[in-house]
Design a protein around this ligand. Structure first.
Ligand SMILES: Nc1ncnc2c1ncn2[C@@H]1O[C@H](COP(=O)(O)OP(=O)(O)OP(=O)(O)O)[C@@H](O)[C@H]1O
Length: 250
């Protein structure tokens, strides 16, 4: 079976600074991959490769066995720790914006029947993340948890196959984080997503992932810290036996 994503001897270098080196791994469709590692180990750089925001300086990244083009496509969505949503748009228009970006590249706006259909989809997505009644609310009026629900809705509205999460729950209180764990688990299953999540929380990595990757440097040169890059040093397959329970879990 072809892996959804394959990394073949992938390097990321900025000038003479090596960030990632010799990354070789396959990611299967439907997996939930957690990535942990020290600050600066190239975890966000790895996500940018998957997003198509950046091309490897050496090696190749394959999507469905084909070389991935260095461009963001609607089949990949991303949620960051903060600032994923647009402050000047209410919740409904934030999610609609995600659709407009993907569906109407020329004008950037949807009109008439297409807009009505899109708004129905938007409301269904807001419902899926528990924000249907907050459709007219602006991000500044929302709690951190609500903003992250909105960011997830915005990322999922284009029905991506791959959802990238960069420390998505890092700024949230523990109770809210549990709710978000339950939500993301439900959406991962319902939407048959492949999730790649960077987190600094080891417990979260193991609670949510079907696989945990650690990124770190195998070699260090104390006189030239940029000489060696990080790679996937541990690759741990997990059996997810238990459901993640949050207060909003179905
Ligand atoms: N465009 C760039 N030009 C030069 N260096 C860069 C660039 N982007 C990232 N880096 C460097 O690459 C290294 C890895 O950054 P990256 O953000 O991928 O690490 P990370 O593991 O996600 O870190 P953190 O956990 O702190 O978010 C850092 O040293 C960073 O300064």
């Amino acid at each position: 079976m072809t892996a959804l994503l394959s990394f073949r001897n992938v390097w990321v270098e900025y000038g003479d600074k090596i960030v990632l080196e010799r990354v070789g791994l396959d990611i299967d469709a439907g997996s939930f991959v957690s990535i942990v590692g020290p600050s600066g180990a190239g975890k966000s750089s790895f996500l940018r490769l998957v997003l198509g925001q950046e091309a490897p300086s050496r090696g190749e990244v394959l999507l469905d066995g084909q070389p991935m083009r260095a461009e963001c496509g609607p089949d990949r969505g991303i949620v960051f720790q903060r600032y994923s949503v647009l402050p000047h748009l209410d919740a409904r228009r934030n999610v609609l914006f995600g659709l407009e970006c993907a569906g109407a590249r020329v004008t950037g706006r949807l009109f008439g029947a297409a807009r009505r259909r899109a708004l129905e989809e938007v409301d269904a997505m807001l419902d899926a993340v528990g924000l249907l009644s907050a459709g007219g609310t602006y991000p500044a009026q929302m709690s951190g948890g609500m903003q992250q629900r909105l960011a997830i809705a915005q990322a999922l509205i284009t029905r991506p196959r791959i959802l990238l999460l960069d420390e998505p729950f890092g700024a949230l209180d523990p109770g809210i984080r549990k709710d978000m764990h339950a939500l993301i688990t439900r959406l991962w299953r319902e939407y048959s997503l492949t999730v790649i999540m960077v987190t600094h929380d080891i417990g979260e990595a193991f609670a949510l992932g079907t696989r945990v990757l650690t990124f770190d440097k195998r070699r260090h040169d104390p006189h030239a810290p940029h000489r060696y890059g990080a790679t996937a040093t541990y690759d741990i397959a997990l059996e997810r036996k238990t459901e993640v329970q949050g207060s909003d879990a179905e």
